[in-house]
Ligand binder design. Structure first.
Ligand code: NAD
Ligand code: TYD
Length: 336
């Protein structure tokens, strides 16, 4: 089987490629990534010499490159996206281009080449907000109601993927997953930002009162969910994917991270809230019942593994951390 993975030098894509190549040594895999600020080639240093792995530097919006790669592809696993909500608020254009137009270019070529499966990696953020009750959850039947330019662009891409399934018979599947965390995540995102701040002796910036809910899933569990859908999922279907604990308040997550470091609440700094700040939690009973997937990592075990990884891999995150904090400083200056 030949896989075309897009965005494989980002957080989830790189974890997926490592996992897939180790579990499917008979498969060939091409990684198409245009190396945005969010990519880090070091994330796949250990697989570079694998003869079944090939990296192609290129943009998913580039028709020509996509047309060259698609004829030898059986499965597309589409991760490539602009993925950061705060950046989408600051400058939505790239989100429309990459997430909507890029997905369309891939779909068009996949359809023309009659590939066996187009798997689209999407987010629970397309559903909007569950309100403040953690017992409320999104499921596959929740209507779309995106709040940020990021989630709006992902919602649009989901609609295009489904439309290519219905109109052109492209064999598609979609996963809408909750917040991921784990090794190789860019330090602009909340969990690695907290960990790297504490390693550097800085406080954790908490938006608003820290009462927003996120449903956290360890990245390896997400990669296994995608593998499960690729191998056992029903064409045309969507599967919601989430963590064991459901909606967790940011402040409770912060306290859990602080306790791993043996630090108290004085390391919290409350800062201005994000506009249109949503709450998320996911009901993943469909993928469990129909395909037998469930998460293996608890939030406790996943957070500990993640803290250990960032402590041991400072060279991987140091430059990205500097750039991320420069971005946040600029954002703060713009909002004053
Ligand atoms: P990321 O930002 O870490 O990585 C994105 C990757 O895509 C980078 O390597 C980047 O260089 C590449 N890319 C961006 N634009 C491209 C383009 N035009 N052409 C080719 N490559 C391009 O993202 P992530 O956190 O790994 O997320 C991957 C996917 O999973 C995204 O589609 C995201 O919406 C989805 N998702 C993420 C989460 C999460 O918590 N991180 C949760 C659910 C779904
Ligand atoms: P983030 O990692 O940006 O993911 P997303 O917004 O896509 O879910 O943020 C996760 C949560 O953490 C979100 O509720 C915003 C909050 N947050 C903070 O409180 N402080 C921070 O410095 C960041 C980056 C996020």
């Amino acid at each position: 089987m030949n896989l075309l993975v897009t965005g494989g030098l980002g957080f989830i894509g790189s974890n997926f490629i490592r996992l897939w190549l180790s579990r499917h040594p008979d498969c060939r895999l091409v990684n198409l990534d245009n190396l945005t600020y969010a990519a880090n080639p070091d994330s796949l240093k250990d697989v570079q010499s694998n003869p079944n792995y090939r990296f192609v530097k290129g943009d998913i919006c580039d028709d020509k490159i996509v047309q060259q790669l698609m004829p030898s592809t059986d499965f597309v696993v589409h991760f490539a996206a602009e993925s950061h909500v705060d950046r989408s608020i600051n400058d939505p254009y790239l989100f429309v281009k990459t997430n909507v137009l890029g997905t369309y270019i891939l779909l068009k070529s996949a359809s023309k080449n009659q590939i066996k499966r187009f798997h689209h990696v999407s987010t629970d953020e397309v559903f909007g907000s569950i309100g403040t009750e953690s017992k409320n959850q999104f499921s596959e039947s929740t209507p779309y109601d995106p709040s940020s330019p990021y989630s709006a662009s992902k919602a649009a891409s989901d609609h295009f993927v489904r439309s290519f399934g219905k109109t052109f018979g492209l064999p598609i599947t979609i996963t809408n997953c909750s917040n991921n965390y784990g090794p190789y995540q860019h330090p602009e995102k909340f969990i690695p930002r907290m960990i790297t701040n504490l390693i550097d002796g800085h406080k954790i910036p908490v938006y608003g009162q820290g009462l927003n809910l996120r449903d956290w899933l360890y990245v390896e569990d997400h990669c296994l969910a995608i593998e499960t859908v690729l191998l056992k999922g029903k064409v045309g279907e969507t599967y919601c994917v989430g963590g064991l604990k459901g909606g967790t308040r940011n402040i409770d997550l912060v306290k859990q991270v602080l306790s791993i470091f043996g630090l108290d609440d004085s390391w919290i700094e409350y800062v201005a809230d994000r506009p249109a700040h949503d709450n998320y939690s996911v009901d993943w009973s469909k993928i469990k019942t129909e395909l037998g997937w469930e998460p293996k990592f608890t939030l406790e075990s996943g957070l500990k593994a993640t803290v250990d990884w960032y402590r041991s891999n400072e060279t991987w995150w140091r430059l990205a951390k500097k750039e991320a904090e420069e971005f946040y400083t600029k954002l703060k200056a713009l909002s004053v």
